[in-house]
Design a binder for this molecule. Structure first.
Ligand code: ADP
Length: 234
């Protein structure tokens, strides 16, 4: 797995949308800790259910202990499967210990994190995006009542699901405030830890433009490695 990317940014910055585009373009596995936690939250018998449910509903971070287990297992599984060119880490790492853990786990498998894209957006934009967003429960497609409504009001453009739209239970004003505070409190330490692989991106622009900017950075990397002949990417 030669292209491992972390997407980092406030809730509503567009990590999910960029992940979906990157996944298709580069054959990457989309590892979203938020999605993995929501999956576990469906199973009330899981030993992690209580904690995950409580933390998601209040917008606080789930304990590192649980996150480490979930992430390590997932990376191993993806690596063994061998079908992907790399991983997009969406919403992970979110604090210093998660950053250190990721570097360590990858290096144990002879892998590395190649890029961390920081998607920067203003507070007004994230609040507006989150309050207006809804998703298709069948395929996960994300919509926005203002900027990206589905073509037919009750039908998903992507999978054709009927009446399958729902809003996330943590997309409310109070919970968003917590999620933003936690993100702001941790952003700098994670950035400092990851150092020169971090790239700041203006994420207030349309999704396609953001994607083009990210692609340009990745193409530079490809050229660099191809020229240096030390490692061919993709
Ligand atoms: P957002 O980035 O918009 O907050 P996510 O879907 O990534 O949305 O996360 C939803 C919730 O899941 C978070 O508010 C938090 O409770 C939990 N969560 C997700 N990723 C992590 C993580 N890496 N560490 C701890 N908790 C997490």
């Amino acid at each position: 797995m030669s292209l491992n990317i972390a997407l980092f940014g406030a809730p509503g910055c567009g990590k999910g949308t960029q992940s979906a585009l990157l996944k298709k373009e580069y054959n990457l596995y989309h590892l979203s800790t938020g999605d993995l936690l929501r999956e576990i939250r469906q199973d009330k018998t899981s030993p992690f259910f209580e904690e995950i449910n409580e933390k998601i509903l209040t917008g606080k971070l789930v304990s590192d202990e649980i996150i480490f287990k979930i992430v390590e297992n997932k990376i191993k599984e993806i690596n063994i499967e061998g079908n992907f060119s790399g991983i997009i880490f969406d919403g992970f790492p979110r604090n210093l210990s998660q950053g250190e853990f990721l570097i360590e786990v990858l290096s144990k498998m002879n892998l590395q994190l190649d890029y961390a894209f920081i998607l920067n957006v203003s507070l007004e934009i994230v609040v507006d995006r989150i309050l207006n967003r809804f998703t298709c429960t069948k395929c996960g497609a994300v919509y926005n009542t203002k900027s990206k409504p589905p073509i037919a009001a009750n039908k998903c453009d992507e999978c054709g699901g009927i009446d399958s739209f729902s809003k996330r239970s943590d997309d409310t004003e109070d919970v968003i405030k917590n999620r933003l505070d936690i993100f702001n409190a941790n952003m700098m330490v994670v950035k400092n830890l990851l150092g020169s692989i971090c790239v700041d991106i203006d994420a207030s622009r349309p999704a396609k433009e953001i994607f083009e900017t990210i692609k340009k950075h990745l193409q530079n990397k490809k050229k660099f490695y191809t020229l240096s002949n030390s490692r061919i990417v993709l």
